[in-house]
Design a protein around this ligand. Structure first.
Ligand SMILES: C[S@@+](CC[C@H](N)C(=O)[O-])C[C@H]1O[C@@H](n2cnc3c(N)ncnc32)[C@H](O)[C@@H]1O
Length: 365
């Protein structure tokens, strides 16, 4: 095992952390301002959750968390809302949320990790805040690699494109090549889950619960076909706004998923039939929270609420829909592990030079 220590900023429920740990990276802590993330983060991962605003974290805090590890990794997925096309209309550069990427940059400057990993929506790369982020890394001597990753080509049963940036002081880090052979379908991911009806949870798994449909939406989903839209419905079921000419440009709501393709990109509201193409392929309901988590690459047993705790659609939808897919976390983790393996001799020499007490100790245990 490589002697790594990683801190995950904006860690959420731990999608990225879980993927990194699965590949052998020692994630020691996650930081997030939302305290409901504590249970899933800590219960499923052997790392501590720090309920804090990243703006209040200092290099000293990070040093204490990294301890004496030979390789220090700082990972961070600042919330992507300011960069999404939808919210761009509503948020301006003056929004405090734009500052979070600068906070990440501040912590890199002051704590000088060996490796930096970040994920965000692809459009982030068009914004000044991101260009500043990359320039700052390059000035500090990092080799920076960035890529738009189509997660469905790495085994995620979901169409989801994300920007991944990896930076290292040792040289370029590369992600494995994508492949059509790895495509996974909705059927393969969730086809064998027990049937449930809208508004009800499965007795064995409280997270396998689908939101209640109104009578109108129940009639609508019955009239929907996989991969179709509200355009397939009889006129009396079509919403007033969609009947107007301007509404005709929004076919992406009220759809059913297709069994034999990856799912559409999940949002934080994937549990609502009217919020996207989030209808179950054959059952008359939106997908359940558990199904959403599985489509985000979480293991089937990942615990999101303490036993007997309340299952709240809004909070859980946000944690699951916002997560870095575990599959993407694994891809990033594997790239880092391969990179460190490649540079292990160089790292050993450096560790002995920087800390003579470590001379003779193996970097790879
Ligand atoms: C895109 S999500 C991160 C997902 C997470 N990396 C995962 O893989 O599950 C962004 C997270 O940033 C958190 N957040 C927002 N503002 C924050 C702040 N100022 N300090 C710390 N966390 C913050 C949100 O609560 C949210 O969980």
């Amino acid at each position: 095992m490589l002697d790594t220590a990683c801190v995950d900023l904006f860690c959420g429920a731990g999608g990225l952390t879980h993927g990194l740990i699965s590949e052998g990276i020692n994630v020691v802590a996650g930081v997030d301002v939302d305290e409901v993330c504590k249970h899933p983060f800590e219960f499923n991962n052997s790392a501590i959750f720090i309920n804090e605003d990243v703006s209040n974290i200092t290099a000293k805090n990070l040093d204490a968390l990294f301890g004496g590890a030979a390789i220090r990794i700082l990972a961070g997925c600042a919330p992507c809302q300011p960069f999404s096309t939808y919210s761009q209309r509503y948020e301006t550069i003056g929004s405090p949320r734009w500052g979070l990427l600068y906070q990440f940059s501040r912590l890199i400057k002051t704590s000088q990790p060996d490796i930096v990993a970040m994920e965000n929506v692809p459009s982030v790369s068009r914004h000044a805040v991101f260009i500043d982020f990359v320039e700052a890394l390059q000035k500090m001597g990092y080799s920076v690699a960035q890529d738009i990753v189509d997660c469905s080509l790495y085994g995620l049963p979901q169409s989801r494109k994300r920007m991944v940036l990896l930076a290292s002081r040792l040289g370029g880090v590369q992600l494995a090549a994508p492949s059509n052979d790895q495509i996974m379908t909705v059927r393969e991911a969730i086809g064998d889950l027990p049937a449930i009806v809208d508004g009800e949870a499965h007795t064995a798994d409280p997270l396998h619960i689908a939101s209640k449909l109104t009578d109108l939406n129940l009639r609508r989903i019955k009239a929907s076909r996989p991969g179709g839209t509200w355009r397939d419905w009889p006129k009396n079921l079509v919403a007033e706004c969609h009947r107007r000419d301007s509404g005709r440009t929004y076919p992406g709501v009220y759809g059913r998923m297709v069994w034999d393709s990856p799912s559409p990109t999940l949002t934080t509201q994937f549990y609502g039939f009217g919020n996207g193409r989030f209808g179950h392929p054959v059952q008359n309901r939106a997908i359940s929270l558990r199904e959403g988590a599985i489509l985000q690459g979480f293991p089937r047993t990942y615990s999101f609420v303490p036993e007997g705790g309340r299952v709240q659609f809004k909070a859980l939808g946000r944690m699951i829909g916002n997560a870095v897919p575990v599959t993407l976390g694994k891809l990033i983790g594997k790239a880092i592990i391969d990179h460190l393996g490649y540079h292990s001799i160089e790292l050993k020499v450096r560790s002995e030079r920087d800390c003579p007490a470590h001379a003779g100790q193996a970097l790879v245990a």
